[in-house]
Ligand binder design. Structure first.
Ligand code: WTA
Length: 647
């Protein structure tokens, strides 16, 4: 985000107080909670841990040996037990846990009892396939209930899961399976996407050529397409689930036992396996979900994220189910069969809380208000956003056309690494400013620092950091503790660096500006510039590539790539499309560059570092910044001229 845009944001002085009627019924009604948590942070989290059922109590809230944290030391619990067993013991057994809406319009409701039974059965299936406590299981599924069932079955037996988003390519899947050395892969024949079928099993088969740790593949039949089954390795979910006992005691896990690995993009080409453990994570997601989404027993809560991302892990599966909530799960895209699909789902199930992404809101804005206006959205009482900064215009549109100026909006800032929401309004307490994620959640200490590690005064900006550990924080990068320490804790010892830039205003409200490292946020999904560059250079005709994120009206950012071809390669008309397709094949469609621009040379510093800042200036048509460190200034001027002509 540019400086000018930030100045514009700071002039955003509209303030929305929580409606009195909302406040009067809210789970949190008073700002005292902030003072309490500030006065005794660990005491606050100790209190929150009472939301979780422990098989054995913990003895110490936090053991902090920077940069390594242990929370709720000595405690024993099971995440699936917390999401299921304790609910089926009481009246919630017949409450809807998951309301599933398929893209073709089929639907399915699983009560807590149903979910408990399927999870227990599938946990027994995993055991029979040789999965033991500590073994890793990769899950590559569409947004169907089996995704949640598979995750919870893993949690039940203490096998960490690694969910890989169904939109990732075979090669991305292979890298993630290999890094985790997964023993079992759970996938489906295919997935529905805008009426057509994505061949997940075929992708999985390609991935498994060169992923030798996998002994068995469980295949869920979702679309009914023909798939190849490898005898001895592959089994159908519906077949192995027959005649399986539904008795499977939940394994007592240590608070610090690994619950899951989730891969996310960093500044290098290799995704990081972010490790989350059990006790602190469950306390973090259950408490944030209950307070921020103001969850009541009768709410129908819909988070539109995919389970393949952290938002799906924390706020479709573990947080809401730990709280005994009713969760809507929708399989498809917002425009199939028509552009009112989201609003139709809300009308059908009387959704009361909607949690979605700014990129989706900007898309709806583009389509126009007639789609939401054609449906009854009066059941909504609270809205949320996550994934990227929301521009005040999109915020206002969401507020007006979806929330009917009645529903507070919780703009939640957090990350795969933080595991839980870190900055957010509390909807019955915090006055809202469109475009600001407002203030840190109680018990979370956020600071904006300058290069030297000094906190910046109100009204200015710098690097967004978290200065004290929090319960759902990542514990390490899978099998790479050095990378964990270097990536997150090397700038300022003992202080977690988020990778984001932010400012805070005179009233202490936070405004997140986006990444300051080489990570591009496309539609709320993190993509490392290096990942895309490696994919491009992998093409036989490409010599060198540099990628940047450029501002995009709907996606927030889009990938733009500057490419130099190998000596003697002729630029064919279809080469751009070919390179775009190559990136999609290597990483997944979400990384496909919007623009590819051929250039004889890339602007580099004298030490050979590509100056991405200049490329960003060029791609966005801005005046060029400082070019004095360039090895060859003429490269940039000619690039700029040509980009203007052709771009
Ligand atoms: C960005 C998603 C501004 C930010 C949960 C962060 C946001 C990255 C917001 C994490 C928000 C997320 N306002 N920016 N409300 N939420 N971000 O790991 O740059 O997929 O570092 O986790 O998204 O993305 P991730």
């Amino acid at each position: 985000m540019t400086e000018e845009r930030f100045e514009a944001l700071l002039q955003e002085n509209r303030l929305f107080q929580p409606p009195e009627s909302f406040q009067a019924q809210a789970n949190v009604q008073s700002s005292e909670i902030y003072d309490m948590a500030r006065a005794d942070r660990l005491g606050f989290w100790a209190k929150q841990s009472e939301r979780i059922t422990w098989f054995e109590p913990w003895t110490q809230v936090l053991d902090w040996q920077p940069p390594f944290a242990q929370w709720f030391v000595g405690g024993k619990l099971n995440a699936a037990y917390n999401c299921l067993d304790r609910h089926v013991e009481g009246w919630r057994r017949n409450k809807a846990a998951i309301i599933f809406e398929g893209e073709p319009g089929d639907s399915r409701v699983l009560t807590y009892q149903d979910l408990h039974r399927e999870v227990s059965q599938f946990a027994n299936v995993l055991k029979s396939l040789g999965v033991h406590k500590g073994d890793r299981v990769t899950i590559y599924l569409p947004m169907i209930p089996e995704a949640a069932i598979a995750m919870l079955a893993c949690a039940r037996i203490g096998a960490p899961h690694s969910v890989v988003f169904g939109g990732f390519s075979a090669e991305s899947l292979r890298d993630r399976i290999n890094d985790a050395e997964a023993k079992v892969l759970i996938t489906s024949d295919g997935s529905f996407r805008r009426g057509s079928v994505v061949q997940l099993k075929a992708n999985a088969d390609t991935a498994l050529k060169g992923a030798n740790s996998v002994e068995h593949v469980v295949v869920v039949k979702r679309t009914g397409i023909e798939v190849a089954m490898t005898a001895g390795r592959d089994v159908w979910y519906h077949e192995v689930m027959q005649d399986v006992s539904s008795v499977c005691p939940a394994e007592p896990m240590d608070a610090e036992d690994m619950l899951y690995i989730l891969y996310t993009s960093g500044t290098t080409g290799k995704p990081k396996g972010v490790v989350h453990t059990t006790g602190g994570y469950m306390v973090g997601v259950a408490s944030t979900h209950q307070m921020i989404f103001d969850i009541k027993e009768e709410d129908v809560y819909w988070c539109t994220a995919d389970v393949g991302w952290v938002t799906g892990h924390s706020y479709i599966v573990y947080g809401p189910l730990a709280n005994g909530s009713t969760v809507v799960m929708y399989e498809g895209s917002p425009d199939y069969p028509a552009k009112d699909r989201f609003w139709q789902v809300i009308e059908k199930y009387k959704v009361s809380i909607l949690y979605t992404a700014p990129t989706a809101i900007r898309t709806f804005m583009k389509w126009g208000p007639k789609y939401p206006q054609s449906r009854d959205l009066s059941s909504l009482r609270l809205l949320g956003t996550v994934g990227e900064p929301i521009n005040p215009e999109a915020w206002m549109w969401y507020y007006k056309y979806i929330g009917a100026e009645r529903c507070p909006i919780v703009d939640t800032w957090w990350q795969t690494e933080t595991g839980m929401i870190m900055m957010t309004p509390l909807p019955g307490v915090t006055p809202l400013k469109p475009g600001s994620c407002t203030v840190p959640f109680p018990g979370v200490e956020v600071e904006i620092l300058d290069r030297a590690g000094q906190p910046v005064p109100k009204g200015s900006g710098g690097y967004l950091t978290v200065s004290q550990p929090w319960p759902a924080m990542l514990r390490t990068v899978y099998r790479d503790p050095d990378r964990y320490a270097n990536t997150y804790f090397s700038n300022w010892p003992g202080i977690y660096f988020t990778g984001d830039g932010a400012k805070w205003d005179e009233e202490g409200y936070f405004w997140v500006l986006g990444r300051v490292d080489d990570v591009i946020n496309v539609s709320g999904h993190r993509i490392g510039t290096m990942e895309v560059e490696s994919a491009l250079v992998d093409h036989p005709m490409v010599a060198e590539a540099a990628c940047i994120g450029k501002n995009h009206e709907v996606k927030g950012q889009a990938v733009a790539a500057f490419v130099t071809l190998k000596e003697g390669v002729e630029v064919r008309d279809d080469l751009i499309d070919e390179l775009k397709a190559h990136v999609a094949k290597k990483i997944g469609a979400l990384a496909r560059p919007d623009d590819i621009f051929f250039t004889a040379e890339l602007p580099k510093t004298r030490s050979g570092k590509i100056m991405r800042r200049l490329l960003r200036d060029i791609a966005e048509g801005r005046a060029l910044g400082d070019t004095t460190t360039l090895a060859d200034a003429s490269v940039v001027n000619s690039l700029k001229e040509r980009y203007k002509e052709e771009g």
